[in-house]
Each structure stands twice: as structure tokens, then as C-alpha cells.
Write a protein that binds this ligand. Sequence first.
Ligand SMILES: [Zn+2]
Length: 125
Amino acid sequence: MAELSSTGAILQCKCPQCRKGNIFKHSILNPFKYAELYENCPHCGLEYEVEPGFFIGAMYLGYGVSIALMVNCLVAIYVIFDDPSMLTYLWITALITVVMIPLNFRYSRALVLHLFGGIKYDSTL
Ligand SMILES: [Zn+2]
């Protein structure tokens, strides 16, 4: 199997050290368990929570991404529907934001772990 690039490992939510083990236990399509992540990498044993509260940074990243998504939704609704009622803005933006929660949550954590975890890739694992 070909080795994953750093970007590929982030997109597939793989361990930053071995790029083989999954970060999350369940599929993103599981609405009740999409947020459960392994404490350690199932392949190399790396502890994912580098320090206590490490993933709080992911919460800030997710918040920023949510705001950017909402602004983009509002602009798209304005352009597509030619300035509809306030309720149309509200419902479409809320629906899209809620549907994107699992994606936002997982990629925020994967990005923070890869970018700020201080973990080097080891191709021998
Ligand atoms: Zn690993």
C-alpha cells in the first residue's frame, strides 16, 4: 500500500505518526458515535491527546470554520434566491451548519493534531 501524504492523512483522519491507524473509532456517518476517538493509535500506540485539554484548540478552529460556513451560506442564499425572507436565511443556514457538524468536528481535531501536536511522521512504523 502506498504511503499517505500529510494532507492525505489529515483528509482520511489517520494518525500523524504512522499515517496508518485511524483517529476516530466509528464512521462519520454514525450520528451518535462520530465524535469518539481512540485514546491511542491502534497501529503504533501514539497517545492522541498530547496534553490535557489539547483538543480545546480544535473547538476554536471548529467555531471559526462554522462562522465562515454560515457567512458563505448567507451570501449564497442571497445570490441564489435573490434576497428571500429572513426565515429562509435562518433555516437553510441552520440546516447546512448542523449537517456539517460531524465533518467540522472531525477535521478540526485531525488538523489540530497534525499541525500542533508536535508529532513527527515515522515511515518505519
Ligand atoms: Zn499511529
